[in-house]
Design a binder for this molecule. Structure first.
Ligand code: PSU
Ligand code: MN
Length: 303
């Protein structure tokens, strides 16, 4: 395994001593946000994780090695480099064997976090079932990973570029619990409510940690989705964001954008249409997730 994975000493030490560690993904840095806000955000997220009592572990692949924890130079390269592939589960064997560079999605970050022994992972939003999946079969590998890999994912729900109802159905089929952190409504990323209920509302990090422990004590394989709504003051106007999403989807279909390109394409279009407001909301919701994720990791390590 040493051939493939490199864990920063500080993170290794924390894991060896059962201290809280929070995994962070890198696709959000390389393909989800523009430079330089991507790097500023990634650094601030790490600080917030620390301020809330956990050690941050930003995950990515450089020179064919899975990195658990990135140095400042590596993190900056993730945000600037032109040769950073978007890497999900199916891409990992080749990015490793060809010694390439890659940003990890929710799916591949979960795989690497699990290999390192990290139980909590913070991101912005998970991938899901796309709106026209009946025809395109476009269902993110993130969902399958949540079915199989034992990592809890803190997110602000799923964006309505996806079909949120079908995404929740898929998670139910695969036995993935969907939790609302201090909410009954599954959050819709830019907005606090999607109109779909969560399976369980949980109000404290301690209670989430206890449910994680019960799940894995029982060997109920797989992850958990913790939906943490964007703070109200950073929420977007639902009509504005809906219109932006509709326009972006129309443009994507007009240009024949498909597969792994679709999410980055839509995010960048939506940012343009909303004059940057969506990016600001995106950044704020990740900060909020970092805080809650660190608190959950801290509670889990106390059990
Ligand atoms: N949602 C965002 N920003 C992102 C992503 C999702 O708001 O950057 C990324 C995550 O890394 C997620 C991935 O795992 O997109 C899903 O891509 P796909 O649908 O191609 O599996
Ligand atoms: Mn897809």
């Amino acid at each position: 395994m040493e051939k493939y994975i490199e864990i920063l000493p500080e993170i290794k030490r924390a894991l060896d001593h059962n201290q809280p560690v929070v995994a962070l993904e890198s696709t959000i840095i390389s393909h989800g946000m523009p430079y330089p806000q991507n790097i500023e955000t990634a650094k601030r997220v790490e600080d917030i994780v620390r301020e809330n009592g956990a050690v941050p572990a930003t995950i990515g692949i450089l020179g064919g090695k899975m990195k658990v924890g990135l140095t400042t130079e590596e993190l900056e390269y993730m945000g600037k480099g032109e040769d950073i592939l978007k890497v999900s589960r199916r891409d990992m064997p080749f990015v490793l064997s060809r010694k390439l560079n890659g940003a990890t999605t929710v799916a591949s970050t979960m795989i690497i976090a699990a290999l390192a022994g990290i139980k909590v992972f913070v991101t912005g939003g998970i991938g899901g079932v796309h709106r026209d999946a009946q025809e395109t079969f476009d269902i993110s590998a993130d969902l399958m990973e949540l079915a199989h890999t034992d990592v809890a994912v803190v997110c602000a729900g799923a964006k309505s570029i996806l079909d949120i109802g079908l995404t929740l159905e898929y998670l139910e089929t695969h036995g993935v619990p969907v939790i609302g952190y201090q909410t009954d409504d599954f959050p819709a990323f830019f907005t606090r409510k999607s109109g779909y209920s969560v399976d369980y509302r949980v109000n404290t990090p301690e209670e989430i940690a206890q449910a994680m422990k019960a799940k894995w004590d029982l060997k109920l394989q797989g992850g958990m989705v913790i939906g943490n709504p964007i703070p109200s003051e950073h929420e977007m106007d639902p009509q504005l964001i809906d219109q932006a999403i509709t326009d972006a989807l129309r443009e994507a279909s007009g240009q024949g954008i498909k597969g792994k390109q679709i999410t980055p394409f839509l995010l960048s279009k939506i940012k343009g249409i909303t004059a940057g407001k969506s990016l600001q909301s995106n950044i704020e919701l990740v900060y909020n997730n970092a805080k809650v994720g660190a608190q959950i990791a801290a509670a889990y390590s106390r059990l």
